[in-house]
Design a protein around this ligand. Structure first.
Ligand SMILES: [Zn+2]
Ligand SMILES: [Zn+2]
Length: 62
């Protein structure tokens, strides 16, 4: 099980505040921030969905 340290949409700590709106938006949108280190990821939309690249943690896929 993966525990997200930071919200991958707003970049705030995942354990603080209400991220239900983020979760709703993330159904339609790619992530913006790395959930491990909060760096802003390089996001590319591809036909199959998206890829998001963190310089520290590598590529994530939809
Ligand atoms: Zn959030
Ligand atoms: Zn990262």
């Amino acid at each position: 099980m993966t525990v997200l340290v930071y919200c991958d949409r707003c970049g705030e700590p995942a354990a603080e505040g209400d991220h239900s709106a983020c979760a709703t938006a993330r159904v339609l949108e790619p992530p913006r921030f790395c959930p491990d280190c909060r760096r802003r990821m390089k996001v590319q939309v591809v036909p199959a969905g998206w890829t998001a690249t963190c310089v520290e943690h590598g590529v994530r896929h939809s």
